[in-house]
Unconditional design. Structure first.
Length: 475
């Protein structure tokens, strides 16, 4: 009888496919849960971003309208195609987060082993940051997407420094400048290139014609931004994320609570801690392995990147999202280091090598399940977190018909005017029809005739401040 080898077992043969399957199911579960179950709402940032996107004025593009232009264009297209809804507002972020996950897997496979790349991608989607940002309809997802793309395109350029790779790299580099804080990420890459001998040599031997092509393309892409800055220097303050008030010691406290504190939900709706204890251990292990391999380009980038971005976050704690990628890379480095150390103990024993992966896989799987549970429960029962999400749009679309006459306040008018342009509502600032739907804010501030009486109150599933719209009829 033929002796079975470990490679004969189907679970071993299809281990990568199983990993990708778990990853895909995890990502799908997150998106479905956040879109249709809870929090099922929009943050203040999403509402402002939506108003900015739908009212994008190309006749006045050389102004603050230029900030986040690529993302706002995507969001405008999504809303124009699918209509104003939670789904259309969040769709660009969902697509970009999926692409980010694909490129995280690609980079992990290039820098680390294939098994580590799958586990890394699972770790990525288990973080509270990724949970939140993947469905958040603001440009924050680009803080993850651009660094990942820059690393991938940079590695492709180092493999084959040809015109095509230069075109891709410079295009991503140029577009990234339209997103606030991306300049710090580019600065970290630039310092890495200038200080690492091999990278410096690669750039030096690149043909002069390709360098000229790269600089020219970069200037073409960033020219609208440069014109806008010359017209309004305050754009620089937004691009660099400079806060109006700086309290360094208070920022240190807040950053620490956001990263490792368990009782400090971030005000915009994101869960804390950003780094859970299990991931923190992997980060410390990863930092150790990164420092021991300090001559590698990866170690240079991680060290420089972490120092620059940590300083940025200490200056403005609202920018904590930009730490996602360096934290992820350190986590993968720690995971890969553990796997390599185990393999070094049993270099020729396939059984020991395979069974050594089991506790690691169980650890990652438990991390996924635990974080999904924490995410689900927190976004369903935590009043501090849920208060950051507004369910008004979903309530209005699901509980009233398309012929609705909507009375809203001046603050809400720009947002709901989109429904009017799409033929889904008539927005008014005065009560004059037989039946009207009045927002809570307008109900408090608008002078409504005594002839109207409340027919129905549309409520959210929140404990506090649950009355959102009043359906009034005229007697």
């Amino acid at each position: 009888m033929k002796k079975l080898k470990i490679s004969d077992f189907w679970i071993y043969k299809f281990r990568y496919q199983i990993g990708i399957g778990i990853l895909s199911l995890g990502y799908l579960a997150i998106i479905i849960y956040t879109l249709f179950i809870t929090p099922n709402g929009l943050t203040a940032g999403e509402i402002e971003n939506t108003k900015s996107a739908v009212n994008l004025d190309f006749s006045n593009i050389f102004s603050k309208n230029i900030i986040d232009l690529p993302y706002r264009l995507l969001q405008k297209i999504s809303i124009d195609i699918f209509g104003l809804s939670n789904f259309s507002i969040k769709l660009p972020s969902i697509i970009i987060s999926l692409l980010s996950l694909v490129f995280i897997t690609k980079i992990s496979g290039m820098w680390f082993s294939k098994r580590a790349s799958i586990l890394a991608s699972i770790i990525a989607i288990t973080s509270s940051q990724f949970f939140f940002i993947a469905q958040n309809g603001t440009s924050e997802i680009l803080y993850i997407f651009y660094p990942i793309l820059l690393i991938w395109s940079g590695m492709k350029f180092l493999e084959t420094p040809k015109k095509r790779q230069i075109f891709i790299l410079i295009t991503i580099l140029g577009l990234s400048f339209y997103t606030p804080l991306s300049s710090y990420i580019v600065l970290a890459f630039l310092i890495t290139v200038l200080t690492h001998p091999h990278l410096r040599f690669t750039i030096k031997r690149t043909p002069k014609s390709q360098k000229i092509l790269g600089v020219s393309l970069f200037l073409i892409i960033t020219t609208p931004l440069l014109f806008s800055i010359l017209k309004d220097l305050s754009i620089l303050k937004i691009i660099f994320g400079i806060p109006n008030k700086l309290d360094f010691f208070e920022n240190i406290k807040n950053l620490g609570l956001s990263l490792i504190g368990f009782s400090n939900p971030i005000s915009n709706g994101m869960l804390s801690p950003v780094v859970n204890p299990a991931t923190a251990i992997l980060i410390l292990i990863g930092l150790y392995f990164a420092l021991t391999a300090r001559h590698s380009a990866r170690s240079y980038l991680i060290s420089i990147w972490t120092i620059i971005l940590a300083f940025v976050c200490l200056t403005n704690t609202a920018t904590i999202t930009i730490l996602f990628t360096p934290i992820l890379i350190l986590t993968i480095t720690g995971l890969q280091g553990l796997i390599d150390t185990w393999y070094a103990l049993f270099p020729k024993n396939p059984y020991a090598r395979f069974f050594g992966l089991i506790p690691t896989s169980i650890f990652v799987f438990n991390l996924l399940i635990t974080n999904l549970s924490v995410f689900a429960l927190s976004y369903q029962y935590s009043p501090q977190i849920l208060s950051a999400f507004n369910q008004d749009l979903d309530i209005l679309l699901t509980k009233t018909d398309s012929n609705r006459i909507l009375v809203v306040s001046k603050n809400e008018e720009d947002f709901y005017k989109v429904l009017e342009r799409q033929g889904k509502a008539k927005v008014k600032d005065t009560a004059e029809d037989n039946e009207i739907v009045v927002s809570k804010e307008a109900y408090k501030t608008t002078n409504i005739s005594d002839k109207y009486h409340v027919k129905k109150i549309l409520v959210s599933n929140r404990k506090d401040n649950s009355d959102r719209f009043y359906v009034l009829t005229r007697s």
